[in-house]
Design a protein around this ligand. Sequence first.
Ligand SMILES: [Zn+2]
Length: 167
Amino acid sequence: MRSIRIFGSPGLRSVSRDVDPAADASLLGELLPEMDRLLTEEEGIGLAAPQAGENIRVFILETSMLPSLCGHRVFVNPKLEAYGPPSRREEGCLSVPGIYEPVTRPSLLRISALDPSGIRFELELDGMAARAAQHENDHLDGILFVDRLGALRRKLLRSKLQKLAGG
Ligand SMILES: [Zn+2]
């Protein structure tokens, strides 16, 4: 059984590799149900593969909370194009428990990705779905939402983050 990597884990800071849907089929077959289980147990809105211990370019989003996803829950090798006026809203992360901070991101998103069987789909997102997809995609590049805060907020959070990292 997999568990969620917490802030301080080096795997959260790695750039993840692309998935080969054929060669990685057995890995995805094991990983995706585990990611589903973790996301449901933790009542999160999204989870990226690096958080579940696998540095490959996959994330999942909770479709019941995000109807604009049209049922697309799994995003493999996603390509994002964020645009539009910036919006600022509180975010949290299952890998950074207990910390919730407003993050500024572009409000609109075009996303192209593969589904688990390797079929490409595209979506235009706004609101919470656009934000959640950008947050999860950041994980694939080793970026955490606390990296996107201003210098002052990061300074104020430093001791909390050090505690999470066990240092
Ligand atoms: Zn996160």
